[in-house]
Design a protein around this ligand. Structure first.
Ligand SMILES: Cc1ncc(COP(=O)(O)O)c(C=O)c1O
Length: 338
């Protein structure tokens, strides 16, 4: 099968099969394979009306040795469980989560982009309340499904610093809301601000804490980190998504001899960072060149020469080397799919 692997971009692309499993009468059924990209659900399903749905995003990578590697799936399973508990969805057991992602990857093996193209197979687990309700309450029936698609390297132009905009007139998540779980409502709430940031020429929006607007929360679909004085600094907040990439970068940073601080990060501290980045599954690290705060008329120029910083570059390389199997998996993050 011939796809233009080097120019895939990051967008939906059909593959041959997806898998799904229904939860009825208080229990999960058997995993089913389908080649349809449509789902037939009740018009009164809770996911449609009350946003009772959660999802995950992860990737499989083809190594030089021809083996397919899945990265830290246990962390995604754990996060989906916490999302399910947060909005009262049926919890997907780890073994079902694992069986579903492995099956979806195996069935679509020919879509795993070849080693060296910088592309990978994006895996999207999705959990929906499908039972009909019209009052606001959790559904009694659910569907858990997994579909996959090949996606390109996030950086079309290479690993280059982006400009981002501090967004003060929208909150993505409330202080004790659902920002710390991966549910659709958070993303709906971010669309207007992301569109504004893009229209104004920025790569993404950077959100501040909703209560005081004093501390950095996170960037669009990615966590924030800054580096100064040989220290990797990342926000501690109840309203940001615990990023698996960020967690991994913290381990790698420690391993490289950096200190790691997870704490509140005041906006003004942006002036002190020697490097900064947005991190997540899609981009690994998106280096941040400058951060603009239009409402206070402040520009934080992070990259002085237009290039990513040396430590961000090293962290990025170390992580993708593990993901593609070019470096030993010393943290036990990889599972090989036969
Ligand atoms: C809001 C948000 N923050 C952070 C991340 C990064 O998380 P991860 O590294 O687990 O992909 C994502 C993407 O999943 C996200 O949607």
């Amino acid at each position: 099968m011939e796809l233009d692997w080097k120019n895939l971009g990051f967008g939906f692309r059909p593959t041959d099969y997806n898998v799904k499993c229904y939860y009825r009468d208080g229990k999960w059924g058997e995993l089913e394979v389908s080649s349809s990209q449509y789902l037939n659900i009740h018009i009164s399903a809770t996911c449609l009306h009350y946003g009772q749905e959660a999802f995950e995003g992860m990737k499989a990578y083809m190594g030089k040795d021809g083996k397919i590697r899945i990265f830290r799936w246990q962390e995604n399973a754990k996060r989906m469980k916490s999302s399910a508990e947060g909005i009262k969805l049926a919890v997907v057991p780890d073994d079902l989560f694992h069986e579903a992602i492995v099956k979806a990857v195996r069935l679509n093996k020919k879509y795993v982009p070849p080693y060296g193209t910088g592309a990978s197979l994006y895996i999207r687990p999705l959990l929906l309340g499908t039972g009909p309700e019209i009052g606001v309450k959790p559904a009694k029936e659910y569907v858990f499904m997994v579909f996959v698609m090949p996606v390109g390297p996030y950086f079309k132009e290479g690993f280059k610093p982006v400009s981002i905009m501090i967004c003060r007139d929208f909150d993505r998540a409330a202080p004790r809301g659902t920002g710390n779980i991966k549910v659709g409502g958070n993303y709906a709430a971010s669309l207007a601000s992301l569109e504004k940031a893009h229209a104004d020429g920025y790569g993404t929006a950077l959100y501040l804490d909703a209560r005081e607007k004093k501390y950095i929360d996170e960037a669009g679909p990615a966590n924030f980190f800054g580096i100064k004085d040989n220290t990797y600094v990342t926000p501690e907040s109840r309203s940001i998504l615990p990023s698996i990439t960020n967690k991994s970068l913290q381990d790698l940073a420690r391993d490289m001899g950096l200190k790691v601080e997870k704490r509140k990060v005041p906006v003004e501290e942006l002036a002190e960072f020697e490097e900064a980045g947005a991190c997540g599954t899609a981009a690994v690290i998106s280096p941040i060149g400058k951060i603009v705060d239009p409402e206070t008329n402040t520009i934080y120029q992070i990259s002085k020469d237009g290039n990513p910083g040396p430590l961000s570059t090293k962290l990025y390389q170390r992580l993708i080397d593990i993901q593609y199997g070019d470096a030993p998996d010393k943290f036990g993050w990889i599972e090989i799919v036969d």
